[in-house]
Design a binder for this molecule. Structure first.
Ligand code: AMP
Length: 338
């Protein structure tokens, strides 16, 4: 079975956009692939500065994924920081990546565009190298990504091929991964723009039902009267509903077009469909979130499995680069001494 890998940054408590755009599709992939999902805590350190936030978000993210259906026996769920080999590989890769490639990186260019006259911290610049190491360390075959991550994956493939070419002598040392590029539309927030925590337009994933309903009632809509026929496609509430459950969205579209059905009705129907899907997960989330020791156990078991793969990869890389003598050489030396 092929290996698929996904990283999740613990920079906030997950919202509905994360669930529909990343979590639910990633859980679907777990049916077809051997999945490695890691919580990218060291990546988050480029922006998270409060240690209490870091701790909280790591547990929030772990509990969210398990509550949403991730099976920790099947999927290897772990913290990036629990596998220190990733930094060793990042260094090796960094020695084969041109700094010009990093200066063309999205995150780097984004920072410069938003912070005129300032340079980003080295972590932001080096981000694509660590990301390449995250992927290559686990013999990843496929990486599901959005269009915005295409460039990073190309850099990862490029450096893997370079390692194989420079040090492999014809033998592959690193697996060159393929991208699976998702084409799902962005999940809109309350104001119709892309849902994101920083925009303040997010629908929280595991808020109590009452609060969830209140939030949904704040989704912006047109002001047509109840009787008027309405256009579903252009409305945020319908777009959200379609991403959640197409069957409910189809019914909603018919009712909106027919008239006599207001935006308040549409929001109520969307709330009910959402609460139906999230309700049971919410309970599991609350139980898991209250038991950090249990979450630590899940993460430790994932880390052990991830580290086994990482050790094998680093053994190959160390031997290929001459950082350590091949195991076969060492064995011969021991036998001669005997
Ligand atoms: P972020 O924490 O914003 O980096 O989001 C983590 C992942 O969630 C992203 O890689 C996206 O795949 C997904 N995501 C976040 N916001 C949205 C959104 N509004 N629509 C679709 N997917 C999203």
């Amino acid at each position: 079975m092929k290996t698929s890998l996904t990283g999740i940054k613990p920079t906030a408590t997950p919202h509905l956009g994360n669930y529909l755009g990343a979590i639910r599709p990633a859980l679907k992939l777990a049916e077809r692939f051997h999945t490695f999902y890691f919580i990218a805590d060291y990546h988050a350190l480029t922006t998270v500065r409060d240690p209490a936030d870091m701790q909280r978000y790591v547990y929030d993210v772990a509990a969210t994924w398990i509550a949403a259906g991730l099976d920790p026996d099947k999927t290897v769920l772990f913290r990036q920081s629990a596998v220190p080999e990733v930094f060793e590989l990042a260094w090796v890769l960094g020695c084969l990546i041109n700094t010009g490639q990093l200066e063309r990186g999205h995150a780097y260019k984004d920072f410069l565009a938003k912070n005129e006259g300032h340079k980003p911290n080295a972590g932001v610049t080096y981000y694509p190298v660590l990301m390449a190491a995250d992927i290559l360390l686990y013999d990843t075959d496929v990486v599901p990504i959005g269009k915005d991550q295409k460039q990073h994956l190309e850099l990862t493939r490029d450096v893997a091929e370079r390692v194989n070419h420079v040090f492999g002598g014809g033998d592959p040392i690193l697996v060159v991964p393929e991208a699976i590029i998702g084409d799902a539309p962005l999940v809109p927030g309350l104001d119709g723009e892309k849902m994101s925590k920083s925009r303040g337009n997010a629908i929280p994933l595991f808020a109590p039902a009452k609060k969830l309903r209140k939030t949904i009632m704040r989704i912006e809509t047109g002001s047509e009267p109840l009787e008027a026929p309405k256009d579903p496609e252009s409305s945020t509430v319908w777009q959200l509903c379609r991403q959640l459950t197409p069957a409910v969205a189809d019914e909603m579209a018919d009712k909106l077009r027919a008239g006599g059905y207001g935006w308040g009705h549409a929001k109520q129907d969307f709330f009910e469909a959402l609460d139906h899907e999230l309700g049971p997960m919410r309970e599991t989330y609350q139980e898991l979130r209250a038991d950090e020791e249990q979450l630590d156990l899940f993460l430790a078991s994932g880390a052990e499995r991830a580290r086994n793969r990482a050790r094998n990869t680093m053994m190959r890389v160390r031997e290929a680069t001459g950082i350590r003598r091949p195991l076969s050489d060492l064995r011969r030396t021991v036998e001669i001494k005997k």
